[in-house]
Design a protein around this ligand. Sequence first.
Ligand SMILES: [Fe+2]
Ligand SMILES: [Fe+2]
Length: 231
Amino acid sequence: MALYAIGDLHLSLGADKSMEVFGGAWQGYVGKIGTALSTLNADDVLILTGDTSWGIDLTQAEPDFRFLDQFPCKKYLVKGNHDYWWGTVGKMKAFLREKGITTLDFLHNNCQFYGDYALCGTRGWFLDEENKAHDAKMLNREVLRLEASLRAAGDREKLCFLHYPPLYQGYECPPILALLMQYRVKLCCYGHLHGPTIRRRVEGRRGSVDYTLISADALDFRPKKICPDLQ
Ligand SMILES: [Fe+2]
Ligand SMILES: [Fe+2]
């Protein structure tokens, strides 16, 4: 039993937005993801940190859910900025139940547990100087979601999974960074950075928190092992 994470699979099996058009690392990406996921065991846990499916609604995302569901490990999904299919957790869970998809669940306004660890997370947000009023409102909502998730973790060791990076070279998001410090998060995994922007990643310790980028093309489409095996 081990904990893994990866973001930005950008699957498009029911839509017409295959990332193959970008070539390079994205060539054959679905095959690469399949090969990597087939090495995980049924008792492993995989966090998917957003931009999982290009589907515009649950029906269009269903082939991507089925693709993921063929691999038996438990998967917890965080919302990304391109997950247009995302609805209320109740609605999403009802859809999966109705379709017999059993290995997908959500990390949204809650936390999940992995041994003694609490898995917390939310999409996060960018603070853009040009769009300050709108962004401040969206960020505020995300800060509340993250705090709800961290609070639900109680005293457990906290691992945090965000879609948007809370910091990278030339940018930081102070309210998110403050929460991660306040709740003594040990590790923060984030996605969203692709291609040339990957080089702006922040890796390693800042303050008391370790950061790591786990977008799929940064990991060559192989989930990163986050925690050593649990007995
Ligand atoms: Fe992405
Ligand atoms: Fe994204």
